[in-house]
Design a protein around this ligand. Sequence first.
Ligand SMILES: [Zn+2]
Length: 174
Amino acid sequence: MTDDDHSTTDHSTTDHSTTGHSTTDHAAASLDSHSTTDLTEADRELISRAESTTETAFDPDRWGGAHVVGAALRTADGTVFTGVSMPANVGRTSMCAEPVALGAAISEGHDEFESVVAVRHPLPEEPREFEVVPACGACRELIADYGERIGVVVPHDGRLTKVDAIDLLPTRNW
Ligand SMILES: [Zn+2]
């Protein structure tokens, strides 16, 4: 299992919020040097859609209580598609929620995307609310492939902000 895997059972909030933890200071500096934008009302609605999708899919009796991450993706014409993570017995075959949402949009002919967000459902014993989780490294690559300027909602410096996918991959050069 890796830090990039949303669908594993034992990831804490800290794991998600410190993706790329070995370069936390560096990453923070990189983000600050790029444009981050405040969330719009449409982005808040996108978060709500991801939460409701995650609520629908969450089943504490399956996958040993593995949490479910839900994603919501807004296309350029404002259509929203959702997806959920898919835990798997062989951990590396599990799937993040973002590609599922992206595939749903593509399957209906969309090819321009505006914003995406992923939220994590709390486990039954957890008092916490839903929380926005930053896209894992693999999803950042995938999202950027389908639109370098897709806005990815991420927690940063204690608040939610939206960052262009490419700016989450400051050294990517392909
Ligand atoms: Zn991912």
